[in-house]
Design a protein around this ligand. Structure first.
Ligand SMILES: Nc1ncnc2c1ncn2[C@@H]1O[C@H](COP(=O)(O)OP(=O)(O)O)[C@@H](O)[C@H]1O
Ligand SMILES: [Mg+2]
Length: 322
């Protein structure tokens, strides 16, 4: 069994029965497990409210192949991070012949990797900061010379700001490198951008209104994302119509370059002159009712339940072939 993919097959569903039996994949084993449980349960509740035959499925408890024996028709992916958002799960579902939401194998795999996303973005003219790959402590001296200070050190494939450190003084760089290298071998540094932070949600090929994020923390880190209550979100974000359109185009172009689709989010930082730089994309962004994609949808009058429904519709881009 395999899946065929055609984005044109995404369609508007009016009857919950058309979705069949739906597994909402949530939890999992990544460092973002707790967030995924929140996202998945919120999505599950929304689908149930709309009459969809939806059931929770935590890959930590059961093998993915049991989705077939449990006779599911399609899968709503609410897993964040490696093992859910990185293309491996998508590949397994292709072979099981189970249509799923959002990006496919390639878009998910590239989107999970900030370095490769940057390289592709650069190749098609989407502005992103300069960067330097750090393979060993020997690379650190060069790095300060090339990128200057302050800078930010990141592991390439983590999410939720895990393993990231802002480096203001040269002597902090080794510790920042080690904190990221502890998590994975692919580590890079990029110059710090001082300016506004914006995120653009994508849904079925269109960009939703941008959100401006302001935090009193050093940056939008794990605490600011999920626990602090002093992070300020504005949607509409206050950009001029031209700047808003520009950001929407960049988000769309990034999704195209990376091969991401269905839904997701692109994160940007704007410098003091108002020039946006792509940070990364998320192919399975947070979906609690406090999350950013639901916030952007709401600004267009799309309720959380409608949004979850539309994300589930993206699974129709995949059809089973024998
Ligand atoms: N070059 C940068 N300059 C300033 N702040 C940054 C920079 N890169 C990332 N950040 C901050 O770190 C946060 C997380 O970075 P991001 O690349 O979006 O990774 P993720 O959201 O996957 O953890 C951003 O939301 C932003 O607040
Ligand atoms: Mg981000």
């Amino acid at each position: 069994m395999r899946l065929r993919h055609d984005p044109k097959l995404v369609r508007h569903v009016t009857d919950a029965k058309e979705f069949g039996r739906v597994a909402v994949l949530l939890g999992g084993t990544s460092s973002e497990r707790e967030i995924s449980l929140k996202s998945g349960n919120a999505c599950l509740a929304a689908l149930l409210k709309r009459g969809v035959d939806a059931h929770p499925f935590d890959p930590q408890d059961k093998p993915i192949a049991s989705l077939v024996t449990a006779r599911f028709d399609r899968v709503f992916i609410a897993l964040h991070g490696p093992g859910g958002e990185d293309g491996t799960l998508q590949g397994a579902l292709e072979f099981l012949g189970l249509p799923y939401t959002g990006s496919g194998v390639m878009g998910s795999a590239i989107g999970m990797d900030k370095l490769r996303t940057k390289r592709l973005a650069q190749a098609v003219g989407i502005p992103t900061t300069d960067y330097m790959v750090l393979r060993s402590p020997a690379d650190l001296d060069n790095c300060i010379e090339r990128l200057g200070l302050p800078m930010i050190v990141k592991p390439a494939t983590q999410g939720s700001s895990v393993g990231m450190t802002k480096v203001e003084k040269a002597e902090e760089l080794l510790g920042a490198y080690q904190a990221a290298a502890m998590l994975e071998p692919d580590v890079f540094a990029e110059p710090w951008i001082t300016g506004g932070e914006y995120t653009v949600a994508m849904l079925q090929g269109r960009a939703l209104p941008s959100i401006r994020i302001e935090t009193p923390a050093t940056f939008y880190d794990y605490q600011a994302k999920y626990f602090r209550n002093d992070t300020k979100y504005s949607c509409p974000s206050g950009l001029s119509p031209e700047a808003e359109k520009h950001l929407a185009n960049l988000a769309q172009a990034t999704f195209t370059a990376v091969g991401a689709e269905g839904w997701g989010r692109a994160d940007f930082m704007m410098d003091k002159a108002g020039k946006p730089y792509l940070l990364e994309i998320n192919t399975v962004p947070g979906m609690t009712d406090h999350s950013l994609v639901p916030m952007a949808a709401r600004a267009l009058g799309i309720s959380f339940e409608q949004l979850v429904w539309q994300v589930l519709e993206t699974s129709f881009s995949r059809t089973v072939i024998a």
